[in-house]
Design a protein around this ligand. Sequence first.
Ligand SMILES: Nc1ncnc2c1ncn2[C@@H]1O[C@H](COP(=O)(O)OP(=O)(O)OP(=O)(O)O)[C@@H](O)[C@H]1O
Length: 723
Amino acid sequence: MSKLFLKPGEVSSRNQYQEQSSSRLFDIGESSYDYESTIAASFLTRNTPLPIHNYKEALLYAVKEYRTVVVVGETGSGKTTQIPQFLFKAGWTDGGKGIVCTQPRRIATTTVAARVAEELESSKDALGALVGFAVRFDNCWDSEKTKILYATDGTLLRMMLSDPLLSKFQVVMLDEVHERTVSTDILCGLLKKIQRIRSDLRVIISSATVDAEKFRAFFEYSGDSSNNTATILSVEGRSFPVDIYYTTYPVQDYLQAAYEATLNIHRNEQDGDVLIFVPSSEQVDYLVERFQSNIFQISSMRKDRKRLFCVPLYSGLSYKEQLAAFQPAPVNERKVVVATNIAETSVTIQGIVFIVDTGFCRMRVYSPETGMDLLSIQPISRASADQRAGRAGRSRPGKCYRLYTEDSYYNILRESVVPEICRTNLTSAILQLKAIGIENIMNFPFVDAPPAKSVATALEVLYAIDAITEDGILSEFPGMVMADLPMEPFFARALIAAKDYECTREIITIIAMLQVEQVPGDSVFKYSSSREHKSFEAARKPFGVAEGDLLTLLNIYDAFEHSGHSLRWCGNHGIVPSYMKKARLLRRSIALSLCNVMYGLYGAAALSKADELLSQKNPDPSSIIKALLKGFFMNSAVVQPDGSYLTLVGKKSVTIHPSSILASRLPKYVIYCEMIHLKRTYIRNITVIEPQWLIQVAPHVFERRKSPMEVKWKQFISSESSK
Ligand SMILES: Nc1ncnc2c1ncn2[C@@H]1O[C@H](COP(=O)(O)OP(=O)(O)OP(=O)(O)O)[C@@H](O)[C@H]1O
């Protein structure tokens, strides 16, 4: 075979880190993919302190003098872990208020908090005291003791429902702002408003370079001449260099290319673990299985027979399963982590030296005609590609293999991601804003304003599910309760309705099971619904019910409960025990949230009410479906002669996803929980309904001559604008 990867010293000319680079063809083992190489920033020795340490004084000065500091810097320079510690040690929490740092993702939130707790308190068990975390359905902090709190952006937003001025915090740091999640963008607007009331509050924005000036300008407050308002602090340097390699021509099959690139690394490189980025959990599972089934062959590729082992990492896994990716590899073994973009930002997996980046991710894209999000596979942005590369080079120099050309990187990938707020369903976000007291959505200071049509559709949907009145005002009930429940408004609506239909236990169970099966292709069965379809169907058959997927999930949970939560029972039925354990925990969390929010109960009273809510009642299936309909009636569809379906709202042609238990039965009327766009537009998690129930639960939408899309949205817009 010909020469493999170029050595860093052999390269020259440009790269994205403005250091030396060059390009040359080479062949990677048996595969035919050619790569060009680009070398990253200057080398620092292993014991070099993190680059952010050189900026400690500058940072503390900036935070003292300016209300907002935008910090930009390379991945791995130490922003996330060190800045809160600098502020803590400099006395910013001495007045009794804490520091909160947000992250877009759960896994980053919890792992970074654990790392900082260990650094600050020199103990592995310290988490939850001085340093804590808060994510949906899981809190590990103490309102008295915790001085540094890591929280997901969505959780901080939810905290603002009870504490709109964030009075518990002295400093709010929004990390990874360039990811532009809806929650982070909304937090930016809210913080800008809070700063006008609280001149003591300090805001730190950590962002990629490209967006820095935009955020600085956004936070600059012209009304305050006595105070400096916003500034930028650039942190130069990274921990260790990462050499970047590109293919010399576009890759046809990125999964095959990822597989081959990894084999090549294993065959030719010394030690160091590999992190592969693919778009979806299905593809993660596919690659993991492929590696595992060829493990002997792969290990024998090396003279020293170093073993390779492979672990998945995506959001549908339980927390414990996710942590497996963070465990160090045994001596003489090489770990390959196959991940979705959950591992893209703020995450440090020790031992990772090689990155394989397919260049794609699965993204939610909003369709204003249907008012629904579509999940589709899209090229990543350059900012994401840099984040992915930055997962190497954190404890030693690394290499990143991009399975696309350098030309694609510079000319096809967008510089930064389209803000999620401009491409996603805003129902949940607007409900949150209304609950925080922002009535005039059109005048809210968005960093980038969402399309007016998306705002209008969200208002219309909120009106249809009774969250807001005809005048766009949040209803005390159920609107305020929906906003307080930690879940999407449609599920919250169904859960609230469940009380009247006497099926709270069942709706809680269904929501918990759906939460576990978040990602298309994921299922509670150990077989993949797409690749091991026969085994999957055979395992599901004993639980299947004619009413559809959600009641089938309920049946599975009930059987699990009946078995005494037996892990052996799970094994005998091809069910993944950790998923069921996760569902069990989630049920309890959801029940407790409901007790807090709807019944105003806390502590022991909430626990005993939660037990009552979760005890067996066996309602009629039609009651459960009617409660679901209260939330999901906008997602109804009717079968067409060719076996496709037409959505009743939006008139979109869709197909039942092959993983549905109803895929071959084709009932006349259905509701669905999710629409996804793959090769076709599919609907998932289907329930059979009677058409007359639509009129019973939502007469304001389905009574003749009242088209839902005519629901006064124009009036909403004009009344919103005039508030
Ligand atoms: N959980 C961890 N285990 C081991 N080392 C860690 C961990 N978290 C962080 N580090 C070390 O601290 C360094 C800085 O990480 P930090 O997350 O603070 O950087 P950052 O500037 O926020 O980068 P990014 O935006 O890429 O997350 C990492 O490069 C790594 O060396």
